[in-house]
Design a binder for this molecule. Structure first.
Ligand code: DAT
Ligand code: MG
Length: 139
């Protein structure tokens, strides 16, 4: 068995709605260990690095604008298969379609704005996790 680490972000919608504690509590309750935690309003440079894979897509600019619009809580969680486990807990990208019982499904919906406000980010592979943890936590 390999202990993994993943980067979890509570996005500006989650922080501004006062859901940070409820979201982090669900991750801890599933059994993952909180290894690092900080709150910051990310710069455009940081976000461009984080979302490099999406550059050029129609939602890229509104996504960066939304993510820079207020404080974000960045966390590292640790545990066996935590990358898959957190993404399962987060639910589908579109919060309206995300299954009930998931973070996005229970707390999110389409608010009619230009980019999906879906509360959380979770790394999608061990390579992404290593890259993203380096971006958010090595300053
Ligand atoms: P995920 O966050 O589920 O890993 P992703 O990496 O494909 O999804 O996209 C990153 C973020 O970009 C996502 O959380 C919300 C936004 N996004 C993705 N696809 C979108 C779309 N079709 N329209 C608007 N925003 C989108
Ligand atoms: Mg992603």
């Amino acid at each position: 068995m390999t202990t993994e680490r993943t980067l979890v972000l509570v996005k500006p919608d989650g922080v501004s709605r006062g859901l940070t504690g409820a979201i982090l509590a669900r991750v801890e309750a599933k059994g993952y260990r909180l290894a690092a935690l900080e709150q910051l309003t990310p710069s455009r440079e940081l976000l461009a690095e984080h979302y490099a894979e999406h550059e050029g897509k129609p939602f890229y600019e509104p996504l960066l604008e939304f993510m820079a619009s207020g404080p974000v809580v960045a966390a590292v969680f640790e545990g066996e298969r935590v990358i898959e486990g957190f993404r399962s807990l987060a639910g589908a990208t579109d919060p309206t379609a995300a299954a009930p019982g998931t973070i996005r499904g229970d707390f999110g919906r389409d608010w009619g704005l230009k980019v999906q406000q879906n509360l959380v980010h979770g790394s999608d592979s061990p390579e992404s996790a290593a890259r993203e943890i380096g971006i958010w936590f090595s300053r």
